[in-house]
Design a protein around this ligand. Structure first.
Ligand code: ATP
Ligand code: MG
Ligand code: FE
Length: 345
């Protein structure tokens, strides 16, 4: 079964081919990505209308690249998968429209995929994929959730952010320090030259006794600190960045360990853009090694949005009998779509 996957939920256009044989973990045959970051950077954030228009320009050329790379033809495709939500409505509509048009033209069924399920299953694209069940820490630009994952489609949210996501905390703090958009990777890089103990920043909900997160207060504390520094901000920027990263990482680490203890599981899967953060990886690896817990990450370049994770999620859902691809080519998108509502699907 050859699955073509199309991702267009935000500011990355991603196209990929994943092949599934029997019940073996599906394999990535080729993927291509165009990031719109440079286009949106001038505005300090994603401009939805520009994003949609750019997806339209990019998606077919990316598909051609992917077919050439995999040595396959359009006619070899068995299922066309696309991101149905959550994300920007106009951006989602581009991927959904292209996928359904391709499906209709080829006479092949289509399947709408949940973007976060894509992130969640992205570690299965690595050479050493995890096994179910596991605890998942999903840390992206818009979401921060701890989940109990018993199998494809069996997701229980153990805790989540009550305000900002971890990626948002990185991005907003970075913006306050004058770093380019999206700030997460920039802040992480700057942190390497800073002293993480230089500023005392809050660790929100660290001792709340539950598995929820809150990052809005941290952002405010960073803003207050940046204002206090005034002219000195430039000179102390690396210290402030390192202190901010340390606060975010400590909360993610402690809550992940608490989730492992609460569920009694010995496997942790990290997914989403913030999962690319090296400090988070180092600290999770160290803490989990001590406890005999295996940690799985997506490959670095597949942490942020991509088409491979969408094709993978579709292939795994179909394999597990948790979804059926459809030849009804009418489509809708779901800009808001909670992941745990998928269970019923
Ligand atoms: P969602 O998946 O919730 O809809 P999204 O698609 O925008 O949101 P992702 O693409 O998974 O999110 O991740 C993007 C986020 O990851 C951004 O907030 C970005 O700053 C952050 N990020 C990427 N690399 C790093 C890094 N090395 N350190 C910290 N944050 C990072
Ligand atoms: Mg993005
Ligand atoms: Fe994402």
């Amino acid at each position: 079964m050859l699955v073509l996957g199309i991702e267009s939920s935000c500011d990355e256009t991603g196209v990929a081919l994943v092949e599934a044989q029997g019940s073996a973990t599906p394999l990535l045959r080729a993927h291509a990505l165009h990031s719109q970051i440079a286009m949106h950077q001038a505005y300090g954030g994603v401009v939805p209308e520009l994003a949609s228009r750019d997806h339209i320009r990019r998606v077919l050329p990316l598909a051609q690249t992917v077919f050439a790379e995999a040595g396959r033809q359009l006619g070899d495709v068995d299922v066309v998968a696309y991101t149905r939500g959550p994300g920007l409505a106009g951006a989602l509509l581009v991927g959904a429209g292209v996928a359904c048009a391709l499906g209709a033209a080829l006479g092949k069924p289509v399947l709408g995929v949940h973007h976060l399920e894509g992130h969640l299953l992205s570690p299965f694209l690595s050479a050493d994929p995890p096994e179910f069940p596991f605890v998942a820490l999903l840390v992206s630009g818009g979401h921060t959730q701890l989940m109990r994952v018993d199998g494809v489609g069996h997701y229980e949210i153990l805790g989540e952010t009550i305000d900002d996501a971890a990626g948002e905390a990185f991005d907003k703090s970075a913006k306050l320090m004058g770093l380019p958009y999206p700030g997460g990777p920039w802040l992480a890089r700057l942190s390497e030259q800073g002293d993480a103990t230089a500023f005392k920043l809050p660790r929100p909900l660290l001792h709340s006794g539950d598995l929820d997160f809150s990052f809005a207060g941290l952002k405010t504390a960073v803003m207050t600190q940046a204002r206090k520094l005034g002219d000195q901000l430039e000179a102390r920027k690396a210290d402030l960045a390192a202190s901010t990263q340390a606060a975010i990482v400590e909360v993610l680490l402690k809550k992940s360990i608490a989730a492992l203890e609460a569920t009694g599981m010995n496997r942790l899967v990290v997914a989403g853009g913030v999962g690319a953060n090296q400090d988070l990886r180092r600290q999770l690896d160290a803490a989990c090694a001590k406890r005999g817990v295996r940690v799985h990450y997506p490959e670095l370049h597949l942490c942020t949005d991509n088409g491979a994770m969408i094709a993978m999620a579709a292939a795994m859902r179909l394999q597990a009998g948790m979804a059926e691809a459809s030849t009804r080519y009418a489509f809708d998108v779901k800009p808001r779509w909670p992941l745990d509502s998928l269970q019923a699907a």
